[in-house]
Design a protein around this ligand. Structure first.
Ligand code: ADP
Length: 369
């Protein structure tokens, strides 16, 4: 190597290469004791050289590797000069401040006259990982958008043709005694528009959630008043003879949570309860507040959920086999689940086919004093 230059020049040149390398270069002995590091290692892990030399390599590993590390290099008894022990294995490093980062590790063996040492090359891939994650997210969003377009072009057709036919019928009812027919078609238009708005809202909520754009904003409010407000809004979209029986229990009516999110969750569950049960069936709606949490329960006596579909209920676009005659997107419960997890809550349900379903959400009311 560098034959025309003196030995000292060569050594300096090698030193400069190691010192300016972008990748971390670290040498350890067979017990894992660090013998040397280059400046890149200091940058990557945040330790000064002196803080690393003489200590075990496991200081640069996160748990559980840190405790489980067993000086495995000692087991490589029959290797030799330049032998590659690991090539570009993806591992996680732990910085001095406790944070972690992914890197590719290559280890090779160097046989010195008196002992063998191992060189580790540490190639930080955190930026690459971020780019890959962003790309994956982007692809998922694209998939969501194209599936939405497919679903919307199908789901939009029914309400749009209902609006069109009702509008032209209204145009034909000229007599004053046609008033009740006119009203019936006005209501049909209203509920079709509500249906379309619902689909668009679901999609917008989900896109926002997926893009991490939903910020939780806590404020103090009265859950009983909010529920009453929701009931007033929903009364006009319930089926003939359906009614929501609302009850509030617990030692308080005040919660400190995100009003917008709670309202969305409740509207979603109540709309489903109405949609999936027949005319005249009651819907039970209960809120409970105690020191620890807010619990929301919605129970109906509707079509229920087939056992084989239960495990996929919260999947995006999933609709149970007995729901295909009812308009829907299969996005609502997925959105509810995401909202619930933003608030660190849990969601569960119980359902019997043709008897009814009950959904229960529990959200910590931890900020309440
Ligand atoms: P959508 O109602 O738009 O189809 P959701 O995500 O709200 O979408 O619900 C997913 C599926 O879960 C529904 O298609 C339906 O099969 C089932 N489901 C949800 N709520 C109920 C309910 N109260 N009763 C019966 N089935 C329900």
């Amino acid at each position: 190597m560098f034959s025309s230059e003196s030995k000292a020049d060569n050594a300096n040149r090698l030193r400069a290469i190691i010192d300016t390398a972008v990748d971390g270069i670290i040498t350890i002995d067979a017990r894992g004791i660090i013998e040397s590091t280059n400046p890149a290692v200091t940058k990557q892990f945040g330790y000064m050289t002196d803080e690393m030399i003489g200590r075990n390599i496991k200081m640069l590993m996160p748990e559980p590797d840190r405790t489980q590390h067993d000086g495995y290099l000692e087991k490589y008894n029959h290797t030799g000069q330049g032998k590659i022990i690991g090539k570009g294995r993806e591992v996680i490093g732990r910085r001095k401040d406790g944070s972690t980062f992914p890197f590719l590790l290559s280890i090779s063996e160097i046989q010195l006259t008196d002992k063998k040492i191992f060189t580790g090359i540490i190639h930080d891939i955190s930026e690459l990982k971020e780019v890959k994650d962003a790309l994956k997210k982007e692809m998922e969003l694209n998939e969501l958008k194209s599936r939405f377009v497919t679903m919307a072009s199908h789901e939009f057709r029914t309400p749009l043709s209902a609006i069109l036919s009702s509008a032209s019928l209204i145009g034909k009812y000229n007599d004053s005694d046609d008033e009740s027919k006119r009203q019936k078609h006005v209501n049909r238009i209203k509920s079709s528009v509500a249906n379309l708005t619902g689909i668009l809202n679901d999609f917008l909520s989900l896109s926002k959630l997926e893009e991490g754009m939903v910020q939780v904003s806590f404020s103090e409010f009265n859950i009983k008043e909010l529920s009453q407000e929701i009931l007033d809004e929903l009364n006009s979209v319930l089926k003939e003879g359906q009614r929501i029986e609302y009850n509030h229990n617990g030692n308080s009516e005040i919660v400190i949570l995100d009003t917008h999110i709670i309202k969305n969750i409740i509207i979603n569950l109540l709309s489903n309860a109405s949609k999936y049960s027949s005319e005249g069936k009651p819907i039970e709606f209960r809120t409970t507040v105690n020191n620890e949490h807010l619990r929301i329960t919605v129970a109906d006596q509707g079509i229920g959920i087939p056992d084989e579909d239960k495990s996929r209920l919260f999947n995006r676009f999933f609709r149970a086999q007995n729901a295909t005659n009812v308009p829907g997107t299969g996005l609502g419960l997925n959105i509810v689940q995401k909202y619930v997890s933003l608030l660190d809550g849990t969601i569960s349900f119980d359902s019997k086919l043709n008897e009814g379903s009950q959904f229960e959400i529990t959200i910590p009311n931890s900020k309440k004093s």
